[in-house]
Design a protein around this ligand. Structure first.
Ligand SMILES: [Zn+2]
Length: 177
């Protein structure tokens, strides 16, 4: 496959690697927009992948720095799967993909880029774009700008959060609405 223009991935390949874990969020939320954090829950968060393999590539990760899915407490695990489900709903609503790859690379040998901190990838797919392995391994063209995608997805994640807290889609909290 040809290498395509994809400057953010080049930054990642050539740039200095931060020592700190990029998936360990600070307690404050001041940097959330810069970091492209879409939503924080009690135990987990959703974030845009800054070096995406396809348009709408997001990640869901526990807030706690754990390496292995086996280390998750039941409440972390339950919320993580609710986050994955909400993310799927949002990607369907925004991108109308024909499929979504949901993947977890656990350990360096499995190809995990940030191997110390567990994270699920969600990559929207369209018929004919390329195989799953090509998406995970090679540079792709991203037609929509990363930050524009972030601005479009963030309110959808906020709405999912409100729904989970029992609010109705219209914004009121009455079950009779
Ligand atoms: Zn971490």
């Amino acid at each position: 496959m040809k290498q395509l223009w994809c400057p953010w991935r080049l930054d990642y390949i050539l740039g200095p690697k931060p020592d700190a874990c990029v998936l360990c969020l600070p307690a404050h939320t001041r940097e959330d927009e810069d970091r492209l954090v879409l939503r924080r829950g009690t135990w987990n968060f959703a974030i845009m992948n800054k070096f995406p393999y396809n348009n709408g590539h997001i990640m869901v990760s526990p807030l706690r720095h754990v390496m292995d899915i086996d280390e998750l407490a039941p409440e972390e695990y339950d919320e993580l799967f609710r986050f994955l489900q909400a993310s799927v709903r949002i990607l369907k609503a925004r991108f109308s993909p024909q499929g979504i790859n949901i993947g977890l690379n656990m350990g360096e040998a499995a190809g995990a880029g940030i191997r110390e901190h567990l994270h699920f990838h969600l990559v929207p797919r369209w018929n004919g774009d390329s195989s799953f392995m090509a998406v995970m391994d090679e540079v792709r063209v991203i037609p929509e700008h990363l930050r524009a995608t972030y601005q479009a997805l963030k309110p959808l994640f906020a709405a999912e959060g409100r729904l989970e807290q029992g609010e109705m889609p219209c914004g009121c909290s009455k079950s009779s609405c």
